[in-house]
Design a protein around this ligand. Structure first.
Ligand code: NAD
Ligand code: ZN
Length: 248
């Protein structure tokens, strides 16, 4: 029996599966990850939250980057990896998809909002940092690219930022609590496409293992937690999960 068949059996006998996804599940949709060679990391240094707040020039740079990379995210469609998870959720076997991704592709693949837990927010819309009011990107893009105008909240004049969590920004409390509950209750925890170096997110697989769940890691490259896992598959997510779940 090979590893994918073993994973298929583990999925078949688990009651409450949780997926934990990173940028690697979306590379087959054409969105580059951070840490693979040629990834976003090698081109852009991250903008820390305090710098975004303190400097208009940083806010300008942040929106410049956003709209320079926007087309790729807008054009992306869910792939076989996203679809495999959507099927497990639909079957009632996967209780939650905890994601570090900000691309919204789990929801687009058919996983209901209530089952997707976004630890790092969502880059497909923006929100006011003061009152939380949601802002769509299209008008912001027009005003920024057309007149160099930085977005301010129409309700309260607060600073508007993509609805993502930057380095140095507080984690979303509700999402963290939901992720913890799902992790504590699961019997199989599957990591897909994360290098597991960004904390606190990368603490969830450790927590799952500590609480007695089976831990499986599916990732092209080795991760920091391979030695703790019950099974590690160093392969492509789409092909692996299609076979393990039985979808295309
Ligand atoms: P990462 O870039 O650190 O790691 C991605 C991992 O996925 C790598 O180890 C790589 O080997 C693996 N991988 C890439 N494509 C794969 C494939 N097809 N099959 C199997 N493995 C594959 O990503 P991370 O751990 O998610 O951390 C980066 C942070 O960047 C996260 O916080 C995330 O929010 C953000 N990010 C998100 C997106 C997105 O939303 N799609 C894209 C880039 C970065
Ligand atoms: Zn506001």
């Amino acid at each position: 029996m090979d590893d994918i068949e073993r994973l298929r059996e583990m999925i078949g006998s688990a009651q409450r599966i949780v997926a934990f996804t990173g940028a690697g599940i979306s590379t087959e949709s054409g969105i580059p990850d951070f840490r693979s060679p040629g990834g976003i990391w090698s081109r852009y240094k991250p903008i820390y939250f305090d710098d975004f707040m303190a400097s208009e020039e940083m806010r300008r740079e942040s929106w410049r980057r956003k709209f320079a990379t926007d087309e790729v995210m807008l054009a992306a469609e869910p792939n076989a990896g996203h679809r495999a998870l959507a099927k497990l959720v639909e079957q009632g076997r996967m209780t939650a998809v905890i994601t570090q991704n900000i691309d919204g592709l789990h929801q687009r693949s058919g996983v209901p909002d209530a089952k997707v837990i976004e630890l790092h927010g969502n880059a497909t819309y923006a929100s006011c940092l003061d009152c939380g009011h949601r802002h769509e990107l299209e008008p912001i893009k027009k005003a920024f690219l057309g007149h160099g105008k930085l977005p301010l909240c129409e309700k309260c004049d607060g600073i508007v930022k993509t609805a993502t969590i930057s380095f140095g920004q507080a984690m979303p409390e509700i999402a963290m609590a939901r992720a913890q509950d799902a992790t504590l209750a699961c019997d199989l925890f599957i990591v897909l496409g994360s290098s597991l170096v960004v904390y606190p997110a990368a603490g969830f697989p450790r927590l799952a293992k500590r609480m007695g769940a089976c831990l499986v890691i599916v990732n092209r490259d080795p991760t920091d937690q391979d030695q703790d896992a019950d099974m590690v598959i160093h392969g492509e997510i789409g092909a692996t999960m299609s076979r393990a779940v039985g979808v295309n």
